[in-house]
Design a protein around this ligand. Sequence first.
Ligand code: G3P
Length: 214
Amino acid sequence: MKFFLDTADVGKIKAAVEMGMCDGVTTNPTIIMKSGRGQKEVVQEIAALVPGPVSVEGISEDADGMVKEGTEFAKWAKNIVVKLPMTKEGLKAARILEKKGIKTNVTLVFSANQALLAAKAGASYVSPFVGRLDDVSEDGMQLIADIMDILSNYEFKTEVIVASVRDPVHVMDAARMGAHIATIPPDVFEKLFKHPLTDRGIAQFKEDYAKSKK
Ligand code: G3P
C-alpha cells in the first residue's frame, strides 16, 4: 500500500520521505492556499523532494482549458499528475491528457459509478473523498469497499487514492480493503505512529533499567 501526504507543507513532506513513508503527494487549491506560497514554486519544490507522483489541481471548467492547464503543469516536473474534477469535461480532459502521456487523477469522486467512469476514461488515479461523505452521514469507507470490489472484476490500470482521510481508522480500513493508496494529512500521519501502551512500555523499561544492577 502506498502512502501519499495530502499537504503542501514541505518540512513535513521531507521528514516523511526521509523515513521512507511518503510515496507521493496530493494537493488541491485549498492546500496550496494554506501553504501561503505560489502554486508553481511550492509544487516544484515538492516534486523535487518526493520520489513518486505529485498531484496538482487547476481551476478550468472545460476540457480544452483543463488540457492546456494540465499540459503546463506537466512541464513543471517529471512526476506531476494532473488532478481533474469528476465532470464530463474532466473525463474528456483525462482521456486526452493520458493519451499524451500525462497522468491524471480524477478528484471529487463520491459514488462508485463516478469511479467506474474515471477508470473507463483511462485516468491513472481516482480519488473518492471518504471524510466528506462521513460529514453528510454517508459511509465513506463503504464507497471504497464498493469501488475496490467493482475494479477487481476488470483490468483497469486506475489506482484508487482514498482521499479526505480524517483519522487513523480510515487508513486501517483502506489497507484492509486493498486500496492502492491513502492520501493522508500530516496530523493523521503522526497519529499512525502512536499508541499509549507503547509510550507506557518505553517509560516502564527505562525506569526498570535505571533500577537494575549495574
Ligand atoms: O485529497 C482531497 C482532500 O484534500 C480533501 O480533504 O479534508 O478537505 O475533505 P478534506
